[in-house]
Design a binder for this molecule. Structure first.
Ligand code: CAA
Length: 377
């Protein structure tokens, strides 16, 4: 496996890094304070082709590879893990399911709008009683004439405050083979979108509840076959988890860069604190773990790129990168000391951002299950 990035991939990195510096960094404080979905940033990302990086040009995407897409999430997340997850959810689980499982008509109708950023995509699987146990969802879809009637509710739907389409999973039968997927448009009658959750971090990502009250969805909105929903969810989560790993890597790298700069500049006992092994060995350990996370991520992307099974590798990358992000953020706060505990320095934000990467798109306990099942089956 060649871990050298191509010229095109490096150009993507530079372009996204510049964009993050010019457009995202200046907006982070406001996004944090006002907890507002950064629609202007998303529209600009659309203009640059960032909302459809791995989507083929024939459907209005940029037509680049998965590696370029993962690089973009990684770079954006260094500036804002919130904007990083908006992009990841929109692409990996908001658009990709239509590309992989949609009919030609559905692809033509939705993908160009999603890939250009005119539409924002969301993924509605989790329910109040079914998070980790995703096959236990209770939202029902009953066929009545030419429509499905949906009843139930969804929870923690990232992007939901602004999303135009929701890849929604509902029960059409028993067990995990009795789940079907639907593309549901925002203004569908019977769909209500709740207020955004007040979260520890990732402010502005518009995480909402959805209520379906006799929500009438035309039969043509079924994605894939009846009963294929769980498979669609799992297949896209496999890829989505690499995006979350890249987001976590971005948080880890940002926290690390701040910790190194501060350790070199902060003097105590007449010398920079970095000159103490208590600090420099910590930094050496973190640098090693960040490098290992990177290798796991690009190993998983390489498999996805070649259309090979990557569920185990994606779970390993997500679990390891998110744990590395958390550990790096904790140590960055420690290195900053009392200053790190204030809102005047970004390390407290990295601390809050890192935590959720160990939770969503499958908790790290679920990643253990996925890895173990792959090893033992
Ligand atoms: N890839 C492909 N197929 C998979 C799979 C995977 N990762 N995991 C399970 N499957 C398949 C199995 O092969 C099996 O297929 P067959 O029936 O054909 O043999 C079928 O699915 C059922 O498998 P299990 O019996 O293992 O299913 P389970 O009910 O025990 O659950 C689970 C498996 C891994 C725990 C799954 O429920 C899971 O991934 N849970 C976590 C849910 C999750 O990640 N939610 C994230 C929500 S989205 C989000 O967070 C977005 C955001 O905001 C950032």
């Amino acid at each position: 496996m060649d871990l050298t990035f191509t010229e095109e991939q490096e150009m993507m990195r530079k372009m996204v890094r510049d964009f993050a510096k010019d457009e995202i960094v200046p907006a982070v404080e406001q996004m944090e304070k006002e907890d507002r979905f950064p629609i202007e940033i998303i529209r600009k990302m659309g203009e640059l082709g960032l909302m459809g990086i791995p989507i083929p040009e024939e459907y209005g995407g940029t037509g680049m590879d998965y590696t370029s897409y993962i690089i973009a999430i990684n770079e954006i997340s260094k500036a804002s893990a919130g904007v990083g997850v908006i992009l990841s959810v929109h692409t990996s689980v908001g658009t990709n399911p239509i590309l992989k499982f949609g009919s030609e008509e559905q692809k033509k109708k939705y993908i160009p709008k999603l890939a250009s950023g005119e539409y924002i995509g969301a993924f509605a699987l989790t329910e109040p009683g079914a998070g980790s146990d995703a096959a236990n969802i209770k939202t029902k879809a009953r066929l009545e004439g030419d429509d499905y009637i949906l009843n139930g509710s969804k929870l923690f739907i990232t992007n939901g405050i602004a999303a135009n389409t929701f890849i929604t999973f509902a029960r059409t039968g028993e067990g995990n083979k009795g789940i079907s997927a639907f593309i549901i448009e925002r203004d569908t009658l019977g769909l209500s979108i709740g207020k955004a959750e007040k979260k520890m971090g990732l402010h502005g990502t518009g995480t909402v509840t959805l209520s379906f009250d006799n929500c009438k969805v035309p039969k043509g909105q079924l994605l894939g076959e009846v009963g294929e929903g769980f498979k669609i969810a799992m297949a896209n989560l496999n890829f989505g988890r690499i995006g979350i790993a890249a987001q976590a890597l971005g948080v880890a790298e940002a926290a690390f860069e701040h910790a190194v700069d501060y350790a070199k500049e902060r003097e105590q006992f007449g010398k920079p604190i970095a000159h103490n092994q208590g600090i420099s060995f910590k930094l050496a350990d973190l640098a090693t773990q960040i490098e290992a996370a990177k290798l796991l991520i690009y190993r998983a992307v390489d498999l996805a790129e070649r259309n090979l099974p990557h569920s185990k590798e994606a779970s390993m990358a997500k679990m390891y990168a998110s744990n590395t992000a958390m550990k790096t953020a904790i140590e960055a706060v420690q290195i900053y000391g009392g200053y790190g505990y204030t809102e005047d320095y970004p390390v407290e934000r990295f601390f809050r951002e890192a935590k959720v990467t160990q939770i969503y798109e499958g908790t790290n306990e679920i990643q253990h299950i996925v890895i173990a099942k792959n090893l033992l089956n």
